[in-house]
Write a protein that binds this ligand. Sequence first.
Ligand SMILES: [Zn+2]
Length: 193
Amino acid sequence: MSKILEEVLGANAGYAANFGDKASLALPPARGFAILTCMDARLDPAKYAGLSEGDAHVIRNAGGRASDDAIRSLVISYKLLGTKEWFVIHHTNCGMELFDNEVMSDLLASSLKTASIDEHGWHDHGDGPGCTEGKYINWLTIKSQEESVLEDVRRIRSHALVPKEIPIYGYIYDVYSGKLIEVPAATEAGKVA
Ligand SMILES: [Zn+2]
């Protein structure tokens, strides 16, 4: 068994041993809201937003972007599970600022192995062959956090499957202070229409 697998299963045994009354939690989120945020390991939405099990939906992907799949989850979150307010939370020092579609597809085309970054940019060290499939994916990279939060709130707000009465708040989580910083233009764009 890998060390990681052993650690995860060990931690889970401890968690389950102290599961308490969580078996009685309802399926719909008790506090009725959803957060779309980045998968970055430094972000813990349960901690930065004060969530316990059963409280809220947290949808995560690289960048916390409003991809078609993130919107799929948000629509389910409201339509079937009754959330009433949504947050889009990107963050400072996001890895999605460190590349663009061309860089990513070129790296993948030369090797599928992990690349590294230095002051000159990204480099592949791994063996080929790579694969050109990366050229057909929009990696939804980020140039400016304010702009990406605004763009994503606007995309969700204007989506045909999203009801007008859900407020959508736009924030940036600061990895250096733990603070949520509002993007006023995004919250404005996400107002109940
Ligand atoms: Zn990120």
